[in-house]
Write a protein of this length. Structure first.
Length: 591
């Protein structure tokens, strides 16, 4: 029954035993395969077994989607753990085994990303660097800095001294400490390998080297008892600048000491028309033939390129394309506007709302909330900012369970007995109301009411106090950032968690994995796509192809590409069309 709705390629992947490297082209049902693989593996577990199945995702949203789909299938997901790779390290390695490391045994907190970013920026000024000068925060496996430049290395040394003085660890330290714990204590490797039957890694091509190392240590310790299921597409590896490594089959095999890996491929595309697919194969680096197999496979649609419009008129042109799609019957949430860099989202959103006042827009990439999802106050805020809804009940139930566990760990005590039950905790949170109109004031009021109800005196727990300060400092930092210009009222705060129903405005990185009937992408200029960092590193062609591949493959039927004129570098040099797009010979539609 679990396999009934799968095609032959998908069915083979789900049933394949042992280690698997699954290459999944855009729209090939990658998430469907992952969901059914998890469900299938659950059926292979004895009911009394204590083994777990792990699904590692690149985003929190992807993890939530896994649970949503499993619940829709009627699958009991109690033996599945799903989350981001960083969350996995925190939950299964750092939290239970931090006492084994001298740096962590006397307490620690996860540093907020905004705090880290602000600290790095202040240190750049101190060390004579410009704000645009990149600093690589990542570690090699031996604990040395990957960053090669001497000034940046001095900056990093001071950065880590400050983190240490505050008992903070950032995401890169979280990974390095996790790896160090595993390689120092083989018994922990064995414990985890005995616990996990399968580790599924989504978007493996965007995985950092240290995470490959962490996962492979567990797989090797199992000596065949723990299987690895890697799913991804090297043509969509757009996170190289953030440390993502699209390792080859040979490299992955070497990571697990030569253990066999079964290479499989998904080639059927259920998303896009064949015309769209044929267009974006120009940006492919793999020799995989992709065939449209969806209901829209023969739809002609529109593919346009505008490389003459001036950037001052770009909003009017985007508005025209949106209205044209709406007039043809395409729903708002099936239209996506892709901006080349995140800082452009605010201004474009504001101008589009003014130009099309009757159209709804969702610019979810600008949420002011802290991105540190391990901060307990983030977990609590998520519950206060979402409304009770059957569609997300299972998610909120799981968040409540995390909250109960986190408070236990951080306070070494319990809520009173009534609120140790997830259902009762949710009822309490749903009952708490605040009349504060501003987001920060609203959350502070709700937090205080919550603490009083669960009888927790937060002043007795310095870590909770510090984490709360970090949480709100991060929000205030974003609200005060002139590049963001994020609204501060509580309704806007809540809107970032609701289901997206309007025209999506985001970056190509932000919508990776998503699909839309119409995609409108502008800023396709050398220096934006690809970014100057990629150009200076000598990786421009590869980065450009992959970004264009991801952008174009989001579209189901209509694709509108814009390389506007009039944009310049800081020195005044004109930005020109992305070279890989310029080299594409194609008869574009005229509209």
């Amino acid at each position: 029954m679990i396999l009934d709705k799968l095609n032959n390629e998908q069915r083979v992947a789900v049933k394949q035993e042992g280690n698997v490297l699954l290459t999944a082209c855009p729209g090939s049902g990658k998430t469907r395969v992952i969901i059914h693989k998890l469900a299938y593996e659950l059926t292979q577990l004895d009911q009394s077994s204590k083994k777990r199945i792990v699904a590692l995702t690149f985003t929190v949203r992807a993890s939530e989607e896994i649970f949503r789909r499993l619940n829709a299938m009627g699958i009991n997901s109690g033996k599945i753990w799903s989350g981001t790779l960083h969350s996995f390290c925190f939950e299964w390695i750092i939290k239970p085994y931090s006492c084994y490391l001298p740096e962590l045994k006397n307490g620690y907190s996860i540093a907020d990303e905004t705090f880290c970013s602000d600290l790095i920026n202040s240190l750049k000024e101190k060390h004579g660097l410009q704000q645009i000068d990149p600093v690589n925060l990542r570690f090699n496996r031996d604990g040395s800095f990957i960053e090669p430049k001497s000034v940046q290395r001095k900056l990093l040394k001071e950065y880590h001294e400050i983190l240490k003085s505050k008992k903070l660890i950032d995401f890169e330290l979280l990974l390095f400490y996790s790896y160090r714990i595993l390689i120092t204590y083989p018994k922990i490797q064995q414990t985890l390998s005995n616990l996990f039957k399968l580790i599924c890694v989504d978007e493996y091509q965007d995985t950092q080297d240290l995470l490959y190392a962490i996962i492979s240590v567990i797989i090797k310790a199992g000596n065949g008892n723990t299987s690895l299921f890697l799913v991804g597409d090297t043509d969509q590896a757009i996170y190289a600048s953030l440390g993502g490594v699209a390792k080859s089959m040979a490299e992955i095999k070497a990571e697990i000491d030569g253990m066999p890996i079964n290479p499989l491929t998904l080639t059927g595309n259920y998303r896009s028309s064949q015309r769209i697919i044929d267009f974006y194969t120009h940006f492919q680096t793999q020799t995989i033939k992709i065939e449209a197999v969806g209901s829209n496979s023969e739809t002609v649609g529109l593919i346009t390129l505008n490389n003459t419009i001036h950037h001052a008129k770009i909003v009017d042109e985007i508005a025209r394309l949106i209205q044209m799609s709406l007039d043809s019957g395409i729903p708002e949430d099936e239209i996506c506007v892709l901006v080349p860099q995140w800082w452009l989202i605010t201004s474009v959103s504001k101008k589009l709302r003014a130009t099309l006042p009757d159209v709804h827009f969702d610019a979810s990439g600008l949420a002011p909330m802290s991105r540190n999802r391990e901060n307990i106050w983030y977990k609590l805020s998520r519950l206060f900012l979402t409304e009770p809804n059957p569609k997300i009940y299972s998610s909120r139930y799981r968040w409540a369970a995390e909250l109960i566990d986190n408070f236990r760990v951080q306070t070494n005590t319990e809520f009173n007995e009534e609120f140790r039950i997830e259902r009762n905790l949710l009822k309490l949170i749903n009952s708490i109301k605040s009349s504060e109109p501003e987001g920060i004031d609203y959350l502070n009021d709700c937090f205080d009411q919550f603490l009083e109800a669960v009888e927790i005196d937060v002043t007795k727990y310095p870590q909770l106090v510090e984490n709360r300060k970090l949480f709100f400092d991060s929000i205030e930092s974003r609200l005060n950032d002139p590049d963001f210009k994020v609204p501060s009222d509580i309704q806007s705060f809540k809107s970032f968690y609701r289901e997206m129903t309007g025209v999506i405005i985001n970056t190509c990185v932000g919508v990776k994995g998503e699909e839309f009937e119409t995609v409108i992408a502008y800023g396709l200029l050398n220096g934006y796509i690809p970014h100057w960092n990629e150009i200076f590193s000598g990786n421009a062609t590869d980065a450009s192809k992959k970004l264009m591949y991801v952008i174009c493959s989001r579209a189901k039927t209509n694709l509108h590409l814009i390389s506007e004129t009039g944009r310049t570098t800081r020195r005044g040099d004109a930005l020109t069309i992305t070279p890989e797009l310029a080299s594409k010979v194609f008869r574009y539609d005229e509209i």
